[in-house]
Write a protein that binds this ligand. Structure first.
Ligand code: ADP
Length: 554
């Protein structure tokens, strides 16, 4: 812009200068011509007086200077004298306009191109008293000749004018542009240098306020969106039509294992996954995609939906739900059902087998007692199994409507121990309880189930003359229950698995002692409901210690 203004000012200055020069030259030319004419008239009048007085002798030794020329013509047009050429060589001058005028009116004047001297001349003629005519002429300068004559001063003036206009144009251009460069666009209305700019600046100010308002609105919406999506457990990713990430929430970053600089990047460079590629492709072609996929060892329900606007896909929404627990629960339920059927079938088969034999009279009378005892034992096992199953399903289903109340763990342990004392004594075991009264918020039936199953196991899997020690005490903010036995112990490889449903280290031993394989599952489940932890220390053929730590308050 500065250049343009500079150029314009410079050209205008130059044009003004050239125009002024032309005008001055025109005026000068007119002035010089007038002065020349006046001088010529005066010279002619002087010559007229000289000739009138001296006649032809006037021209004797006559000297004329400069561009002047004098011609004396007789009344018939013959040249009597000419200061340039001999009169005899000159043609008749009667046809000359000024001569004719002088002969007729006494004086004549004309300006024309002279063939004899090859230049434009001004002629003044006067008739003398004897009828002859004297004519003075002077070569007239053309404008160009004048210009040529003044070329030096003109050139100097021109150079000065050009330099001056260059400097002025440059300064002026900078001066004009400076306020424009200095315009503070953040505060457009404070710039008051040019009135002409005010409408534009007002417009900029309006636009800026609008933009600020819009960006505030956008930021607010983004904050709302971020607040909404950041707390979601589900992964949510918004992609544009090319698959570049527009928005990704915290959960999705964690699931896909990406960092916080993933916005703007192509999703498949952020998370390389075959199913993700499929999902993206399907959604980009306008189809919905839904599949359970495995990402980093966990199961996710991956949903990809196209965002369609004006008939074409303008984006893709990816949703990732963690369904690992759900799938595991389904799997466990399936296994549990299969196990239950299997566990129930065995005693039922035994019962029906013995009963059939007895019904068909195939059992000897002395074996009847043994057979009925087996039927009784198997039936009892079934009852215990069914009771445990019912117990577990209650735990599975009624987690939400549990009634917590303050219980004394020591008192409950005492109740359990006393209930089991006959069984312990029958097995030749010492059963002891130690500790202190600890109150905690718990569901009494569940605490009973924990105490009962741990103590029963300690009795069942003990050795003759062994010992079972139950202890209850408070440790910081936890109520601790330990059940220690001097039994057969649990091999290290099974220690993690004994809490699984129907898992038994030694199936026949478990059956022999009336186990169902569900006792420790009930313990684990009930402990979880209370936020309690169950730990185990066990050494084969030495004994086991189960420790349950209950938080005292919920
Ligand atoms: P079960 O009804 O078979 O006792 P549990 O779930 O109570 O079922 O226990 C699972 C398995 O853990 C048992 O079969 C047994 O092998 C082992 N077990 C549990 N408690 C003890 C213990 N105190 N000492 C040794 N083994 C034990």
């Amino acid at each position: 812009m500065t250049k343009r203004i500079f150029r314009s000012i410079f050209l205008v200055a130059l044009a003004v200068f050239v125009a002024s020069l032309t005008l001055v030259m025109g005026v000068l030319y007119a002035h010089f011509s007038e002065v020349q004419r006046d001088q010529l008239i005066m010279q002619t009048d002087l010559a007229v007086q000289g000739i009138e007085h001296e006649g032809a002798a006037y021209f004797k030794d006559f000297r004329i200077t400069g561009d002047y020329r004098i011609t004396w013509v007789s009344a018939d047009g013959a040249v009597l004298y000419d200061s340039r050429l001999p009169g005899s060589e000159m043609p008749n001058h009667l046809d000359r306009e000024e001569i004719r005028e002088a002969l007729e009116n006494g004086s004549g004047e004309s300006a024309r191109y002279s063939d004899s001297v090859m230049q434009r001349s001004l002629y003044i003629a006067r008739r003398l008293s004897d009828g002859t005519v004297v004519r003075l002429s002077v070569a007239q300068y053309s404008v160009w000749m004048l210009l040529l004559g003044m070329i030096q001063p003109i050139a100097i003036v021109m150079i000065v004018a050009v330099v001056l206009s260059l400097v002025l144009a440059s300064r002026l251009a900078k001066h004009i542009v400076k306020p424009l460069n200095d315009v503070d666009l953040d505060k457009p209305l404070l710039n008051e240098e040019y009135d002409e700019l005010k409408p534009l600046l007002r417009r900029i100010d309006d636009q800026q306020r609008l933009l600020k308002q819009q960006s505030r609105d956008l930021q607010r919406r983004k904050d709302e969106w971020d607040a909404l999506t950041s707390d979601m457990n589900e992964g949510l990713v918004l992609l544009n039509e090319k698959g570049n990430i527009l928005s990704i929430n915290h959960a999705a970053k964690t699931i896909l294992g990406t960092n916080r600089h993933s916005v703007g990047r192509y999703i498949l460079t952020v998370a390389r996954h075959l199913d993700l590629e499929d999902a993206l492709y399907q959604a980009q072609t306008g189809k919905h995609f839904s599949k359970v996929v495995n990402i980093s060892g966990r199961e996710f329900q991956l949903d990809a939906s196209p965002v369609v606007s004006h008939g074409s896909v303008s984006g893709v929404v990816l949703l990732l739900f963690d369904v690992t627990e759900q799938r595991q629960a389904e799997q466990m339920r399936r296994e549990f059902t299969a196990n239950v059927s299997h566990e129930l079938k065995t005693p039922l088969h035994a019962i029906s087998g013995y009963a059939e034999l007895m019904k068909n009279g195939l059992v000897k009378p002395e074996d009847i007692d043994r057979f009925s005892d087996r039927i009784y034992t198997e039936a009892h096992r079934m009852i215990r199994l069914i009771e445990d199953i019912i117990h577990l399903s209650h735990l599975d289903e009624s987690v939400s409507d549990l009634h917590f109340e303050t219980v004394d763990l020591f008192a409950m342990a005492q109740e359990t121990v006393e209930g089991l004392r006959p069984q312990a004594e029958a097995a030749g075991l010492t059963l002891e309880l130690a500790g202190e009264s600890v109150a905690l918020s718990a569901v009494p039936q569940m605490v009973s189930a924990i105490l009962f199953n741990l103590c029963v196991n300690a009795i069942k899997y003990n050795r003759p003359s062994g010992r079972v020690s139950v202890r209850v005490y408070a440790d910081n903010k936890t109520a601790v229950l330990t059940v220690e036995d001097t039994g057969i112990g649990i091999p290290p490889e099974s220690q993690n698995r004994i809490f699984e449903r129907f898992y038994r280290v030694d199936k026949s031993r478990s059956k022999e002692v009336g186990g169902t394989g569900l006792g420790l599952s009930i313990v684990k489940h009930a402990a979880q409901v209370h936020g309690a932890t169950v730990s185990l220390e066990s050494e084969l053929n030495v004994g086991s210690t189960f420790t349950v730590r209950f938080p005292i308050s919920r």
